[in-house]
Design a protein around this ligand. Structure first.
Ligand code: HEM
Length: 462
C-alpha cells in the first residue's frame, strides 16, 4: 500500500494550531482549512490532534461501525462533568449507554411521539399568541423565541415540567445554568488543562451551574416519585423501564443525567433548524409560496392535527434541505477501533479522533453537483431523498450515525413540522432587514446570528 501523509497547517510550539481557530466561530476556521487542504487534514492542539474529513466518500467510509465508533472528545468530554455517561456523552462500551438506549428506544417510538402531539401543539400555540400580540412592526429575535419554544416543549413532553419561557424576559435559572455550563464546557475544551486549573472563579461557577442543573432534575424526579401519575412520558419510561436484555433498571443518578441530556440535546438543535428554515424561506420566495400553499391545501384554516403531519411532504423536503446546507450539529466525531488505512492511502492510528465535517461533506459537489451550496428543496422530495441515500450513502447525516444516531429524531421532526405548519398558516413573515446576510452563532450547535423577522397575521385567520 502506498501511504500518503495527511496535510496539516504549520503551527506554533506547544499550542499547535490553537491560535488559528476563530474563538467565536471555530466552524468557519475549519471550513477555511478544508478549502485549503481538501478531503482530509490534521489540526494540532495542546496534548491532542484532530483529523478532519470533508467529502461524502470519506464520511461514508468512516461511518462503518465495524471499523469506527463515536469518539467522546473535546467539548463532549467536558460535558461529561455534568451528565456523565448519559446517552449523548457515554462511550459505546459503558453499560449505562446500552441500558438507557434499550429502555428509551420505545419511548421515542412513533406511537409515544404521537401521544406528545397535544402538548407540542399547546406550546406552539403559545408562540403564535405571543407573535400575534407583538403586531406586524416589532422585530422578532427568531432564534431566542424558537429556543423558548423548543425548550418548553421538550421539558413539558419529557417530564411534565413548565419553564413558561414566553412569559419571562429572563430565562429560568435552569436555562441560564445550562447555557453557562455549555459555553464553559466549550472554553475548557479549548484551554490546556493546566491553565484551567488556575481559572478558579470560572471553575467555581462551573460547579455551581452543574449543581443547579442536577438539583432541578432531581426535584422533578422526587416530585414524580411523591405524586405518581399514569402519564406516559420519558421520565416515566426511565423510572419504570426494565432492560429487556439484562433485566436492569436505570439508577436515579442515571435518570438525572438523561433528563438533563434531553434538555440539552433536544432544544438548541431543533430551534436552530427552525431558525435556518425560516431564513431559507425568506430568501427563497418561490419556496415560501409553495410551502404556504401546501399548508393551506392540507390544513385549511382549522386547527393543525396529527393527521396533517404525514401530508406535508414539501415542508419535510424544506426541513431536510435546511439541515443539509445548515446542519445545526455541523461536526460529529469518530475514532478507529484498530489501526486503519482510509481511502486506501491515509494511515489512521487506533483511537485517533476524526471529525466528520458535515457542514462540508453535505455540500460535496461530487454528490450535489455545481449547485451544491444552493438551497433547493427539490433535491429532498421523498423520491429524490430515497434515491440520494441509495446512490450516495451518508451524504446526508445531520442526525448522526448508526447506533449513536439521534434518538430524538422523530420528536424533532414532528415538532418542526407542526411549528412550520402553524406559523405559515397564521402569519406572513418578512425579513426585518431585507439585506440580512447569514452569519453564524456557534455554541454547541450553530444558528443564524442577529436574524430578525416580522410577523403579520394573515387575514381571516385567528
Ligand atoms: C444524538 C442531531 C434533536 C436527543 C444526536 C446526534 C446528532 C443529533 C448529530 C449524534 C451526535 C454525535 O454523534 O456525537 C440532532 C438534530 C436535532 C436533534 C439535528 C434537531 C433537529 C434531538 C431531540 C432530542 C435529541 C429533540 C431529545 C428529545 C439526542 C440524544 C442523542 C442525540 C439523547 C444521543 C444518542 C446516543 O448516542 O445514544 N442528535 N438532534 N436530539 N440526540 Fe439529537
Amino acid at each position: 500500500q502506498h501511504l500518503v501523509p495527511i496535510p496539516e497547517p504549520s503551527g506554533l510550539p506547544l499550542v499547535g494550531n490553537a491560535l488559528d481557530i476563530d474563538f467565536d466561530f471555530p466552524l468557519g476556521s475549519m471550513l477555511n482549512f478544508s478549502d485549503q487542504f481538501g478531503e482530509i487534514f490534521r489540526l494540532n492542539f495542546p496534548g491532542r490532534s484532530m483529523l478532519f474529513v470533508t467529502t461524502q466518500a470519506l464520511v461514508h467510509e468512516l461511518c462503518d461501525e465495524k471499523r469506527f465508533k463515536k469518539s467522546i472528545t473535546a467539548v463532549l468530554a467536558e460535558v461529561r462533568q455534568g451528565v456523565h455517561d448519559g446517552l449523548f456523552t457515554a462511550h459505546n462500551e459503558e453499560p449505562n449507554w446500552g441500558l438507557a438506549h434499550r429502555i428509551l428506544m420505545p419511548a421515542f417510538g412513533p406511537l409515544s411521539i404521537q401521544n406528545m402531539f397535544p402538548e407540542m401543539h399547546e406550546i406552539a400555540s403559545q408562540l403564535c399568541l405571543k407573535w400575534a400580540r407583538h403586531g406586524p412592526v416589532k422585530p422578532i429575535m427568531v432564534t431566542d423565541d424558537f429556543t423558548r419554544l423548543t425548550l418548553d416543549t421538550i421539558a413539558l413532553c419529557a417530564m411534565n415540567f413548565r419553564f413558561n419561557s414566553y412569559y419571562h424576559d429572563e430565562m429560568h435559572p435552569f436555562v441560564e445554568a445550562m447555557g453557562n455550563f455549555l459555553t464553559e464546557s466549550g472554553s475548557r475544551s479549548r484551554r490546556p488543562g493546566f491553565i484551567s486549573m488556575f481559572c478558579r472563579e470560572a471553575n467555581r461557577k462551573y460547579e455551581h451551574d452543574i449543581q443547579v442543573l442536577r438539583k432541578t432534575a432531581e426535584d422533578v424526579l422526587e416530585s414524580r416519585k411523591e405524586q405518581p401519575t399514569d402519564r406516559k412520558d420519558l421520565l416515566s419510561a426511565m423510572m419504570d423501564g426494565v432492560d429487556p436484555k439484562t433485566g436492569g433498571k436505570l439508577s436515579d443518578s442515571s435518570i438525572i443525567d438523561n433528563l438533563i441530556t434531553f434538555l440539552i440535546a433536544g432544544h438548541e438543535t431543533t430551534s436552530g433548524l427552525l431558525s435556518f428554515a425560516f431564513f431559507q424561506l425568506l430568501k427563497h420566495p418561490e419556496t415560501y409560496r409553495k410551502a404556504q400553499k401546501e399548508v393551506d391545501d392540507v390544513c385549511g384554516t382549522g386547527p393543525i392535527k396529527i393527521e396533517h403531519m404525514k401530508k406535508l411532504p414539501y415542508i419535510s423536503a424544506i426541513l431536510r434541505e435546511t439541515l443539509r446546507v445548515c446542519p445545526t450539529i455541523p461536526i460529529i466525531a469518530v475514532e478507529a477501533k484498530e489501526d486503519e488505512v482510509v481511502a486506501g492511502k491515509y494511515a489512521i492510528p487506533k483511537g485517533q479522533p476524526i471529525a466528520l465535517l458535515l457542514a462540508k461533506s453535505q455540500v460535496d459537489p461530487a454528490v450535489f453537483g455545481e449547485t451544491a451550496n444552493e438551497f433547493d428543496p427539490e433535491r429532498m422530495t421523498d423520491e429524490n431523498f430515497e434515491r440520494l441515500n441509495k446512490e450516495f450513502p451518508d451524504s446526508w447525516k445531520p442526525f448522526g450515525n448508526g447506533m449513536r444516531g439521534c434518538i430524538g429524531r422523530p420528536f424533532a421532526w414532528q415538532e418542526a413540522l407542526l411549528v412550520m405548519a402553524m406559523l405559515l398558516q397564521n402569519f406572513n413573515f418578512l425579513l426585518d432587514d431585507a439585506n440580512y446576510v447569514l452569519h453564524y452563532k456557534q455554541t454547541l450547535t450553530t444558528k443564524p446570528k442577529d436574524f430578525y423577522m416580522r410577523a403579520v397575521l394573515r387575514d381571516g385567520l385567528t
